[in-house]
Write a protein that binds this ligand. Structure first.
Ligand code: PMP
Length: 287
């Protein structure tokens, strides 16, 4: 990436070329890393506190402690965004175990922490934002929650997402829909899913995949708008009975789904309402 001008690494401010790590890092070999994806609106990171807290919590779930507090991470992030003068962009904090030992059991490994940020107006073009994404079912299921800490935003968990998107892109879809170990709908590669049923939202229970901060924001918006949200297991065979569907995640924001497998959706008014309200909240800001 050549648009990343400055990186915060373990408390130091470095040019990207100098912000490097050892090839024998434990995190590189075994996936012992955690990261966040955060979005900048009007120069402010949306729900920064929650993202910094999740980075720390994710590391704990992998068995290591970050050497920085939420306040210290927040402070470094805000300073980075200010130094780079980013109004609309993305922040990527990442923490990983170093090269002290390559033994499977981490013992004396230190934890490196880096934060990068860059200008990033939008992940999708206007047509996709209006019409929606085309999702294909992936041949890969989401990890069993007993095989990995699915509530952690951990590097190692993302091999599953990388495989899933490769699989469905090869079949002509934009994005993958992953099922859980019982064949219920789980989520997309980097976003949660909601369905619209009349005036109600239906979404899978977030105990088998990441309970996204955007998902929680959508539920907050629905509560404010007096819209019921049903959280339950959802089978692929039910998809055809819903009136619409959307994805939500920090990078995706709230994005309509046009296609799931061989089924096509329109974009119902309720989805548009949630999209508008989400944009309003992002612009208003939420620390
Ligand atoms: N699920 C996965 C697997 C993700 O990578 C993301 C993006 N972080 C999400 C859901 C949505 O999470 P959030 O709304 O916190 O960005």
């Amino acid at each position: 990436m050549d648009n990343v001008k400055l990186i915060w690494l373990n408390g130091q401010w470095l040019e990207q070329e100098s912000a490097v790590t050892n090839v024998l890092s434990h995190g590189l070999h075994y996936g012992t890393s955690v990261f966040e994806g955060e979005r900048i609106y009007n120069g402010n990171v949306f729900r920064l506190h929650d993202h910094s807290q999740r980075l720390i919590d994710s590391a704990k779930m992998l068995g290591f402690d970050l050497p920085y507090s939420v306040d210290e991470l927040n402070h470094a992030t805000k300073e980075l965004v200010t130094r780079l003068d980013i109004q609309t962009g993305y922040v990527r904090p990442v923490a990983w175990l170093d090269d002290t030992s390559l033994a499977m059991l981490p013992s004396r490994n230190k934890v490196n922490v880096a934060i990068a940020a860059w200008n990033w107006p939008d992940l999708f073009d206007e047509e996709t934002r209006t019409k929606g994404l085309r999702l294909g079912y992936s041949k890969w299921m989401r990890q069993h929650p007993k095989a990995a800490p699915v509530a952690a935003k951990a590097g190692g968990n993302y091999l599953n997402s990388v495989l899933a998107i490769q699989d469905v892109r090869g079949k002509g879809f934009d994005e993958a829909l992953l099922l859980d170990f019982e064949g219920n709908i789980a989520e997309a590669t980097g976003a949660n899913i909601f369905f619209v049923e009349g005036q109600k939202l239906v979404t899978p229970i977030a105990d088998r995949f990441l309970n996204g901060i955007t998902r929680q924001t959508v539920i907050h918006i629905a509560n404010e708008l007096d819209i019921d949200v049903e959280q339950r297991r959802i089978q692929p065979a039910e998809v055809a009975k819903f009136d619409g569907a959307f994805l939500c995640g920090t990078a995706y924001e709230v994005l309509p789904i046009h296609v799931i497998g061989d089924f096509e959706f329109d974009v119902p008014t309720l989805t548009r309402q949630i999209i508008d309200q989400y944009q309003t909240l992002c612009v208003q800001g939420w620390e």
